[in-house]
Design a protein around this ligand. Structure first.
Ligand code: ATP
Length: 212
């Protein structure tokens, strides 16, 4: 069955590392599509440098013309904080319990999964496609996340198509050194186009005076 991947994050701003992860996942998982899911403005945390609307517009520019990459704005339409459990349940309500779904995440974020709301249910509601990220070794997974991941690992993408969720798939890709923090720092220092920032996104940032 067709596999759909959701790729959640703040994307403040989207950079080439995010795009490389999405493209690699599309191919390695033999997925139909990867939809970026930008988080809404968090009410209880430090606000991102750009508004949710601006971060979505930058994503739109970055994926323009890229086959198989899309944007899902469900977290912007929902009131309140963006919990992934709500996003996955909303997706299931629309597409059914049998449709294969994967959630794409970087290793650094996956290491903290046990702090996410209803995290054991998250592991079952979708497959987890974990992208390697420089500096974040998955060997160091702490209990009880390590225990919950045991017996879920699959090496073949066919396993992701054969079940609606519940598997763990390691996405190998060349190291992507970019981070949104580094982009924001470089922009604040006056660099108009830091390496690893898509050109159309750099132009949008300049036109809107973001991250100064
Ligand atoms: P920040 O520096 O502000 O923390 P970020 O670059 O990590 O931002 P996010 O929007 O927080 O960007 O990331 C969204 C998702 O993409 C997360 O799961 C993160 O782990 C993953 N990700 C981001 N950059 C990379 C990268 N260079 N390689 C692999 N995964 C990445």
């Amino acid at each position: 069955m067709a596999l759909h991947l959701l790729y959640g994050g703040t994307f403040d701003p989207v950079h080439e590392g995010h795009l490389a992860v999405a493209r690699a996942a599309l191919i390695a998982c033999v997925a139909d599509r990867v939809d970026f899911v930008p988080a809404a403005d968090p009410p209880h945390r430090k606000a991102p440098g750009a508004s949710a609307q601006q971060r979505a517009e930058m994503l739109q520019l970055a994926i323009r013309g890229a086959h198989g990459l899309g944007l899902d704005l469900c977290e912007l339409r929902r009131a309140g904080p963006s919990f992934t459990i709500d996003t996955l349940r909303a997706w299931r309500a629309m597409h059914g319990d049998d449709a294969p779904l994967g959630f794409l995440i970087g290793a650094d974020a996956f290491l903290g999964l046990a702090t996410w709301r209803e995290w054991p249910a998250l592991l079952q509601l979708a497959h987890w496609v974990v992208a390697h990220r420089p500096g974040s070794a998955l060997e160091g997974l702490s209990e009880p996340l390590a225990a919950a991941c045991r017996n879920r690992e699959v090496a073949q993408p066919s396993a992701l198509h054969a079940a609606p969720g519940g598997c763990l798939f390691h996405l190998a890709l060349p190291p992507q050194p970019e981070s949104a923090t580094a982009m924001r720092t470089a922009l604040a220092l006056g660099q108009a186009h830091p390496a690893g920032l898509p050109l159309a996104v750099a132009q949008y940032i300049a036109a809107n005076g973001l991250y100064r």
